[in-house]
Design a protein around this ligand. Sequence first.
Ligand SMILES: Cc1ncc(COP(=O)(O)O)c(C=O)c1O
Length: 365
Amino acid sequence: MGISQVNLIPPRHGGNIREEARRIGVRTEQLLDASASIVPFTPPRAIHNCLVQTLSNNSLRHYPDSTHLRFREAISNWHKVPPDMVLPGNGASELFTWAARYAATKGLNGLPSPGFADYVRALECWNASYRHLPLPLTWNTEVPQAFPLSPTTDVLWITNPHNPTGQLWSKKSIEPLINNHAFVICDEAFIPLVPNGERESLIPLVSKYSNLIVIRSLTKLFALPGLRLGYAIGSPQILETWSKCRDPWPLNALAIAAGTKLMSDGSGLDRWITRVQRWVSKEGAWLHTQLEKIPEITPLPSSTNFLLIKSNSSLIYLREKIAKKNILLRDCRSFVELGESYLRISLQTRRDNQRIIKALRENIK
Ligand SMILES: Cc1ncc(COP(=O)(O)O)c(C=O)c1O
């Protein structure tokens, strides 16, 4: 299939690197993927060593530890919550499935939109009822921002920082909503990447509100989407109901070993997070300034490692022309409220950000 043929079915998420490589007719290694928002660093060396060691000490010969005890303890120490309030998952996405199963029993689910499509996937698995809650499509540069909605649904799904807009919601504006809902899920997949983001985390509130669950992912922060690692923090009674339904070994031995290694090394975590947040501040500001200089597109303010650009006309053909340069940007047609006139770009190293700017400059009419 030729590249001139635009992808007719918009992808539901970024990072479809293998399909895109096939469609464009290149090898995956040739693509710069700015459609998925993954930190562009090589994962910590300790992870490589840990995976090699796990393979060489015959660990795959046995079933993995289905209690994830050491991993849970490491997460509980890092976040200063009791171990029974922690449930590791096969990526955050697996935990959304269980959150949705529980949420389906609580009534109408509210999804701030445009938003991350996986919540809909998870809710539809259980025939849950849900409603999109439209977010205003203009916002200022303030970080954090007041959550702009006053939802009246039974369940509320919050993404902090929000995907795809990159807005960081203030804890102060979210906390009053918790008691108004039977159940609140807060997806903090990107919060550790945001400078000062942890101040807005709801994790310190999980002991106060038994109807609140926070979900985290190690995918973005450590550039490990292929390993599948995430965790939920919240009421042991709710997490217990999720555990009962899962398959007995949702995390494999390699993922458990790597996750335990990562979360046990507090000073290593501090150093990594500082490095990532410095990169987000520096490259986020640089990319935004460069994008502002390009005619026809406007970058929108973001607190995190991706940002939206918008135009008065469709950007789909621009995305295709850029794909010809082996650069993938996130098609936003699957976010119905955004459509063709938006693209999402995730931050890269300076060299690759320069490549993105050059490709945009050269291909904009
Ligand atoms: C907001 C948000 N939460 C969670 C995820 C998925 O995380 P994981 O890879 O841990 O399943 C994504 C992936 O794009 C995301 O954008």
